[in-house]
Design a protein around this ligand. Structure first.
Ligand SMILES: Cc1ncc(COP(=O)(O)O)c(C=O)c1O
Length: 209
């Protein structure tokens, strides 16, 4: 089927009309169990009445004011996330790739502010996927992501997943952070071993930070 959309995705010839909980329904009324979940982002399911009402109420009141002003609901959500997770601060963005950009910039700025601007390199894993911005494809480095988009951004050192020694060897005085997916998706379903996840935490905190 022709489309006025840029042909950057190979789309299946199915279009969905609505959803309910874990199910979605195509335009012909066929029901599917939604294992895709918007690629792992529709974690609250589809059309949850509480969420629908909250969104409808807000849409009828105020759409957008920018970050120049206080946003009471944003403050409240940040407080709840800080109370219930490891986080000390929240930064809200619209997409995964913006979260990655924020993480990269935060790691670099941290060392810049400490007077160590040379600490700006980030260790990543072969086969990684961090999104489709220039920084994110440069970090992942996969051929299928980067072909045709060069020159890439510098500052990323890639190691093979699962090789803790290689990761430790890759750490230099210029390393600012290690950025990994605990379970890779695009590179194949590759979980990092518990041992590496555990070792990575202290290794990042002690050796690098
Ligand atoms: C591990 C990982 N990081 C980053 C992204 C990018 O997220 P977004 O498509 O919302 O920019 C994705 C998207 O699938 C992802 O799986």
């Amino acid at each position: 089927m022709t489309s006025a959309l840029m042909s950057v995705y190979r789309q299946a010839e199915v279009a969905f009309d609505h959803g309910k909980g874990a199910y979605i329904f195509d335009v012909n009324g066929r029901q599917y169990l939604d294992f895709n979940a918007g690629i792992a982002v529709s974690s609250l399911g589809h059309a949850h009445p509480h969420l629908v009402k909250t969104l409808q109420d807000q849409a009828a009141k105020l759409w957008h004011t920018s970050n120049l002003y206080r946003i009471p609901h944003q403050d409240r959500l940040a407080e709840r996330l800080v109370e219930t997770t490891f986080a000390e601060k929240c930064f809200f963005v619209n997409s995964g790739v913006e979260a990655i950009e924020c993480a990269i910039k935060t790691a670099r700025k941290y060392f810049y502010d400490k007077g160590q601007p040379e600490k700006n390199r980030i260790i990543t894993l072969e086969g990684a996927f961090h999104g489709r911005s220039m920084a994110a494809i440069s970090a992942a480095g996969q051929e299928k992501l980067v072909t045709g988009f060069g020159p890439l951004l510098p500052g990323f050192d890639r190691v093979i997943p699962g090789d803790l020694d290689a990761m430790k060897m890759a750490i230099t005085p210029e390393t600012a952070a290690i950025m990994v997916e605990p379970v890779q998706g695009e590179g194949g379903v590759n979980p990092l071993s518990d041992a590496i996840c555990r070792a990575c935490g202290p290794c990042v905190m002690k050796t690098v930070f």
